[in-house]
Design a protein around this ligand. Structure first.
Ligand code: HEC
Length: 159
């Protein structure tokens, strides 16, 4: 009886400890599942509106050379955001058409131009090279328009 009495609280503690560890075991498994399914947990439309548009606007609005570090930093953030968003849109998204869209070779082609322009923008920003930034900025527009004309002809490009 006395062994049982000391055993029980310890068992309870062990169970409590095991339960407290469950998230550590289950969360990575859940994360792996999301990664394995290859489907990002946001829609392409959300990425377009919430990340790609504000990031490109920051880049497109930099007609004049930035004069402060903060301005360069904002441009750097925009370029990094755009690279990351382009990576996601190359895989797809959680919208009804997103996976089908991302499978099309022409989708990939437009997306690649957008991503490489974003990478060039980042390189230009890090070199504090405003002329190179303007070049990247110009290259960035055609893939938006081309992809919208092919995949979503009613889209009005917010710029
Ligand atoms: C690879 C293809 C592709 C590229 C490149 C692309 N878009 Fe899009 N964009 C889409 C598609 C498809 C939609 C519609 C998504 C939906 O409705 O589910 C969309 C929607 C949008 C929307 C929402 C408009 C609306 O009313 O639905 C905005 C804003 C937008 N894109 C901005 C941009 C900008 C700015 C760029 C370039 C920097 C860009 N997109 C590049 C495919 C693309």
């Amino acid at each position: 009886m006395s062994t049982e009495a000391t055993f029980r609280p310890r068992t309870v503690r062990r169970i409590a400890w095991l339960i407290s560890c469950l998230p550590l075991v289950l969360l990575p498994a859940a994360a792996q599942e999301t990664a394995a399914s290859g489907k990002p947990p946001v829609t392409i439309k959300e990425l377009m509106e919430k990340t790609i548009t504000p990031a490109t606007n920051t880049i497109w609005n930099a007609y004049d050379p930035p004069t402060t570090d903060e301005q360069w930093q904002a441009l750097e953030e925009a370029a990094v955001t755009l690279i990351a968003a382009s990576y996601v849109t190359s895989v797809g998204g959680s919208g009804p058409m997103d996976t089908d869209w991302a499978k099309q070779p022409s989708w990939r082609a437009f997306n690649d131009v957008m991503m490489s322009a974003a990478k060039d923008a980042l390189t230009a920003v890090r070199a504090r090279d405003h002329d190179a930034l303007l070049v990247a900025s110009d290259v960035l527009y055609p893939p938006c328009e081309g992809c919208h004309m092919q995949f979503n002809p009613g889209v009005v490009n917010a710029q």
